[in-house]
Design a protein around this ligand. Structure first.
Ligand SMILES: Nc1nc2c(c(=O)[nH]1)N[C@H]1C(S)=C(S)[C@@H](COP(=O)(O)O)O[C@H]1N2
Ligand SMILES: [Mo]
Length: 256
């Protein structure tokens, strides 16, 4: 990591700099991230400030703050035949594929995902419909998995394809999906969560694994993960706007 980079990241704030620096010493080895950060360094101070703000951590809460009844929303029990078959076998046959613009595509079983270094975080989930719930999420960070898959220099977005069909009338475009840029994908609190409140992730909350991206609104928190795809642009994915709800008018950037 260059001295400039270190100074820039340190400017992001003492408390979170350590967490990011630890991530970034390895992150810096990733060509795609190196390119993104190099671009960011060429930007104006104002844009750098905006980028720095994107790197702030979401607030984490003490265990007493966990909601007794975390709401479930959107799909809560996917009827899709492929999902029902995986559920019937307790997700032993589930594989999370990480592919697209990567040099070494991954296909991880639930056991393999659980064997990765883990992180737990107690955070507040904010839905655009106006409700919030606090929950504890345990999973593995997305960034190191993307590194392992050999994210390409061309990759700009990470797409999350889900099992549930939320809009049957939309045919092939009716399945839920979401996407992030690389800043959110590599954020220290961006995890693939397989446990909630110290128990296996329940079906209504996205079993067997879901995305948690804590600086974003509820609809970015993709449940029922099937495949994670690295892409250069979002235009060719489903409706072309980067997410199920984005294709139906929501903002792609849902930062909080
Ligand atoms: N696959 C999938 N992910 C999804 C949804 C969905 O319908 N399907 N709904 C989104 C919305 S709008 C919210 S608020 C949260 C709800 O997550 P929860 O059920 O764990 O509260 O999931 C998000 N992720
Ligand atoms: Mo939501």
């Amino acid at each position: 990591m260059s001295a400039d980079r270190r100074r820039w990241l340190k400017g992001a704030g003492a408390s979170l700099a350590g967490l990011w620096l630890a991530a970034c010493d390895r992150l810096n080895e990733t060509p795609a991230v190196r390119a993104t950060l190099a671009r960011a360094e060429r930007l104006t101070f104002k844009v750098q400030r905006a980028t720095t703000d994107r790197m702030a951590l979401a607030r984490e809460y003490p265990p007493q703050a966990i909601s007794a009844d975390f709401r479930a929303n959107g799909s809560i029990s996917p009827g899709d035949a492929d999902y029902r078959a995986l559920l019937a076998n307790d997700f032993r046959d589930w594989r999370l594929v990480i592919d697209g613009l990567v040099s070494k595509p991954l296909s991880l079983s639930l056991a393999e995902l659980r064997a990765q270094p883990s992180r737990s975080q107690i955070t507040r989930h904010d839905c655009v419909e106006g409700w919030s719930s606090i929950g504890k999420w345990t999973g593995t960070r997305l960034g190191p998995l993307l590194d392992r898959a050999g994210l390409s220099e061309q990759a700009r977005f990470i797409v999350f394809h889900c099992y549930d069909t939320l809009d049957p009338a939309a045919g092939a475009n009716g399945r839920y999906y979401e996407s992030l840029d690389l800043i959110d994908a590599y954020h220290p609190q961006t995890i693939l969560a397989y446990a909630m409140n110290d128990a296996a992730l329940p079906v209504k909350h996205g079993a067997p694994a879901r995305l948690r991206v804590e600086r974003q609104l509820g609809y970015k928190q993709a449940k029922y993960l099937m495949r994670i795809e690295a892409v250069a642009d979002l235009a060719h994915i489903s409706g072309g706007n980067g997410g199920f709800w984005e294709d139906r008018g929501y903002e792609w950037f849902a930062g909080i």
